[in-house]
Write a protein that binds this ligand. Sequence first.
Ligand code: SIN
Length: 532
Amino acid sequence: MDTIRTDCLVIGAGLAGSSYAHYACSQGLSVAMVCAHELSSGTNSRWAQGGIIFDTSYNPEQLERDIMEASDGTANPTAVRSLVSEGQDAVQALLLDELQVPFDRAEDGELLYTREGGHSDRRIIFSKDVTGRAILSSFHRYVQSLRGLTILENHVAIDLLTLSHNSVHPNDKYKPITCIGAYVFDALSGETKAIIAKKTILATGGLGQIFQNTTNQRGVVGHGVAMAQRVGARLIDLEYIQFHPTVFLKKNCQLFLVSEAVRGEGGVLVNSRGKSFMDTQHPRGSLAPRDIVARAIHRELMASGESCVYIDLSGLKPEFIKDRFPSIYERALASGVDISREPIPVAPAAHYTCGGVYTDLEGRSSVLNLNAIGETACTGLHGANRLASTSLLECLVSAKLTALADVRDVANDDFHLPDVHEWRSPDEVADEVLIRQDMRLIKSTMWNYVGLVRSRRRLMRARRILSQLAEEIGSFYADNRLSRSLIELRNAVKSALLVVHAASLNPRSKGSHYITDEEEIDLPLERHDDLK
Ligand code: SIN
């Protein structure tokens, strides 16, 4: 087994992981960044459409209020303040000055701003409808030449290494649980490596792919929370799964995100009779916070028995639509819908994991030397429902604060980094038919019983199905040779059970966690959101 030793191991190469690599390497640390696919594909950040908050006529108090309001009053005020006070500088220094990301500008060179749900101002900068791609392309060109950075493409993390579980020295098991890196699987060669690191940073994104319909990219099944849970890290708020209200939905066509910016620029949600239905639901109408819009759509669909509602763009000029939303326009056209002339068929889909690995504002989890950043982490910034266009900003800010704290720790602390046991894997090749069917069962169970609208009975049913499946998958995993799909399946069922567990323990509807039979529950109000 090959072993690599480095100061920092970053698992994930989206905006959070890449930003961490930038900040840590610029301060002289060595970083190994593991990327499950090629660097140029695969991450959720790359597919972000909307934009990132940055506003030269900044009103921080109002932004804090918007984040709090979107979260239904549940966000952690300290985390909100930190994002708001650090965000502007991070965008200016890294994205605008250093990387010169091509955000859209007016003819005079001034940045253009758009608006999304829950925002009281136009304060989001964007690059057409491919903001994530614009940022990540600039970033990935840049990180390739960073001194001290080793990029391992097509490498999937299997399990975290801890002193207590993996050290070759038996007495290390008496030490506090301390992370010392991870076993990673090279998906091209089939080999397994140990990467031993002073600091390990989980930046694997969320877990949308455990749901049938999602905006998330392939393989995004909660690798970070699953691995963290297996070494005993504290997880919080996992019941808060944000459903994006508007995902393109047409029979036999591929789903894709239809950015909230489409509504920010004037698109209006209507039902199949062309009647707008959001104005009676919220003062911001089609631009209400996402949880409210997604549930209103759900109600509309339940009442009509139809599969989608529509975004009416008749108030926008066809040329503007094509120019401002070229990617959405092309993708819809490929499915036979010309959005410059007809409404866009949409429905909600799983989008963002508001909870995750509990961390402080410098990325520290409850396990020593294990950090989490971006969507994998939960500082409480989003509470029960995230405000649009805060996610890329959180990636930048959490990566920066975590990297700077790690630079200090690496300079000042002593690290015990022993050799670890060899990885052993059986020879039997896993049956892909079983893997695919198990994945389908996880996704349909989560979609039907743990989705936008939950009930106690549905959650109990989900728990029974998934617990039994987890047992099957556990022995299947132990008996078969590692593969990318087997690693994904193992983590998917773990993440699914963690979400079900968190949802079952929280009897109150709040933000994105909505329980139909809430009133009947006679439980004390305190939260039970720690999963050890
Ligand atoms: C969108 O463009 O609607 C998604 C952006 C986000 O999730 O913040």
